[in-house]
Design a protein around this ligand. Sequence first.
Ligand SMILES: [Zn+2]
Length: 425
Amino acid sequence: MMYDLRIIHGQCYIDHEFIETNIYINSGKIAYIGPENFDALETIDGQSLKVLPGFIDPHTHLHLNIGSTYSSDNFFSGSQLAAYGGITTVLDFLDPIYNNDEFNKVFSRRLNEASESIVDYSFHCTFGNYKDKFKALLPNLNEAGITSVKVFTTYSDSDRRCDDEKIKEILSENILMMAHAEKDELIKPCSLITDYEASRSEKAEYEAIKKLLSSRSKSSKLYIVHISSGHTLMKLNDTPNVYFESCPQYFYLSKDLFLKEDGKKYLLAPPLRSDESISLMKKNFYKLDTIGTDHCPFMLDEKMIKAPVDNIPKGLGSLGYAFQLMYSIFGIEVIPKFTENPAKIFKLDSKGYLRVGMDADIALIEEGKFKIESSYSKCDFNVYDGIEVKCRVKSTIRTGKIIMQDGKVFNHKGRYIRRAYEGNN
Ligand SMILES: [Zn+2]
């Protein structure tokens, strides 16, 4: 038997343990795992490396249209950056829709934009101030293979807030609702950066989450994106069908950065928090189901404009560095949050595990002392540049193709992943 690719002598992450074994790949799938020695057209020596399932970033904003500009990374540069960081699948978003008729158009446009991606990709549907009957959209979502929808509880100023009754209606259907949770009524307009964190307070986040939790029916599935506050996370309990995501920035960057001369470049929503909040994030890390990056960088001159804070583009990038950053704080505890958890929650049935029959999506990790170095992002600054980390990604394999090795990216195109839909059961 001749395989396409083999990874030999690696420490392979299987059933939450590391086992030294060999992985054999054929036609993009994991075909065999075992100590035996078979031939392959290509071999990667995994000696002294950790062999992990390829990472899944459930929250990216590539080529995001914010009206005045686009986020700096498109699907080509963003996916190269993802590959650099061991990420083999990204879940991005459709533009917010306001009625069901808009769905097909935004879906086909985003599919077209994403076709240059070198990692696999899928989309969440996003709602603005949506008024249509949600049930009527379900067949379209089903056909598109979309199993998750996102709402905002805030941003009424840009007409993106989804009202409370509509949120209840969506929560009553058999689909995963992702929510940007900040209570709109508690958010204050903000002009000065010194007021920014308080203008979108930790309380505003917590109150919105509390309300979402109380809006659920028995079968609802709810996913809270980018939890920013340790004081919030501390108060959240493990609840069936409720999932929590946070991002590297809420562990690495504090609100003091807003006070620096170049503080505007750190602006994002929800804001960075206090050191106390960060330490509570770390203490309650075990409560998080996933780590997303919310990758949404803008160029320095787009962030440093002389304008009220409310008019400055919000967002930061970490797509190529998320695993290294989080692994350096928490070690192997982070692995499921980058692999099997997002695969299960978002119904990426062929991903998330090193198992025969699964897509051959694999990240090889070298432990040691390294520094974050900027790589494939088109953004002209990286707030993590120079930070010391405890590992680097040596190789990234996506459906059996080597798409990154020793920092060099190879442009094999990824695929759109149609996710499985259960219907009403
Ligand atoms: Zn986001």
